[in-house]
Write a protein that binds this ligand. Structure first.
Ligand code: GDD
Length: 365
């Protein structure tokens, strides 16, 4: 049996993302019309013999209550939110709930960061992991040498794929191969975390990367599985728009039924990959796409032109007669209203604002 754990962090962590997560915790911010955490959950639900998915974080329980019960019903996999009283670090958080995780007597434990966007090739990782025979396998990817220092940089044996060296966000370049934040472990990981706790005076906080992976490199315990598919980290509002587009493109390949298509002359013109929630109302003369995601109860008026946008719940974009509202590369928060004839480009608008003048390259707080 297999258990999956998704680390969702908590309110003090996602500060770079804050303008967007005012009304909703970052893991529930919609990408391609689905909460961010839905994408890893949905990948986990396809693992054979999956017993349980745990979300571990230090957000209030009530913030996740509705979502976990809805998604458990929808996917027919039990999903449960476990709340830490305070942050214990990525390894410490996992260890806090070891009794829950081991209750299922799992042979393998998947561990996923919530704030990464990728195709989550979990079954392939599991196969590779079984072949390697170590304690853990890390999903890795090659990135540009300039961007590598934002991540865990690592060196792997080109033949055996063993992790030989690991440095978290190093100041001087080590390698363009980086840690994707997606792992598979045997239950021995808890022994490794326990040993590390015992060696430290600060017994409260332990990070998976620096404190566990780094010291285990080169000991035939950890291996790597390289993805050649898409992968991005979602730390900033701008990245959420890019990742929304990546997931829309993935839907085009895996579940095109989720995407909007022009259905005859009475529906809006749709360009490339677009998601429209069934409860949203879009005027037939509007032109939407590419890379647009429209959430529940949004109303898009006549002649509106939307390109590269995330439109959150209850947003209203007016457009009447010959005058059009236009949006490009923009994220509109909940219940924002955009008046007729207003043009919004490269902007992020916080919840509950009304825009009656055009804006470009702005964050409307
Ligand atoms: N529950 C809980 N408790 N979750 C936590 C805690 C904690 O105390 N601290 C971090 N997390 C969650 C975050 O929400 C995120 O999903 C994941 O654990 C890793 O967060 P960080 O430890 O802050 O690391 P990072 O995101 O800067 O970098 C990690 O991920 C990169 C890939 O996105 C590292 O593992 C890098 O090496 C890696 O490249």
């Amino acid at each position: 049996r297999v258990v999956a754990v998704i680390m969702v962090g908590g309110p003090t962590k996602g500060t770079r993302f804050r303008p967007l997560s005012l009304n909703v915790p970052k893991p529930l911010f919609p990408l391609a019309g689905q909460p961010m955490v839905h994408h890893p959950i949905s990948a986990c639900s396809r693992i054979p013999n999956l017993a349980q998915i745990y979300l571990i974080g230090f957000y209030e329980e009530r913030e996740f209550a509705l979502y976990v019960s809805a998604i458990s019903n929808e996917l027919k996999v039990p999903v449960r939110y476990l709340r830490e009283d305070r942050p214990h670090g990525s390894a410490g958080g996992l260890y806090t709930f070891r009794d829950y995780i081991l209750e299922e007597n799992p042979s393998h434990i998947f561990l996923l960061n919530c704030d990464v966007c990728c195709s989550f090739p979990l079954s392939q990782m599991l196969d590779a992991h079984k072949n390697y025979g170590g304690m853990g396998t890390i999903l890795v990817i090659k990135v540009s040498a300039e961007s590598a220092n934002q991540f865990g940089e690592l060196v792997a044996d080109p033949v055996t794929n063993e992790l030989l060296h690991y440095t978290e966000k190093p100041e001087t370049f080590v390698s363009d191969l980086i840690n994707c934040g997606v792992y598979i472990f045997t239950p021995d990981i808890f022994k490794a975390i326990q040993d590390s706790f015992t060696q430290r005076k600060d017994r409260d906080y332990l990070r998976l990367d620096q404190d566990i992976l780094s010291p285990l490199a080169g000991k035939k315990e950890l291996y790597t599985y390289e993805t050649r598919d898409f992968w991005e980290q979602i730390k900033t509002p701008g990245m959420s728009l890019k990742c929304s587009g990546l997931y829309l493109a993935q839907f085009r390949r895996t579940s095109p039924i989720l995407l909007a298509g022009s259905k005859g002359s009475r529906s809006a013109a749709i360009i490339d990959d677009v998601y429209i929630h069934p409860s949203a109302k879009v005027h037939p003369s509007a032109k939407i796409g590419p890379n647009v995601s429209i959430s529940a109860n949004a109303r898009i008026g006549a002649g509106a032109r939307l390109i590269s946008c995330i439109i959150l719940d209850d947003v209203e974009i007016k457009g009447e007669g010959d005058y059009n509202a236009k949006l490009g590369i923009t994220i509109l928060g909940e219940s924002v209203a955009v008046e007729d004839e207003v043009v919004v480009i490269n902007s992020i608008v916080l919840p509950n604002k009304t825009l009656n003048v055009s804006v470009q390259e702005e964050i409307i707080l």
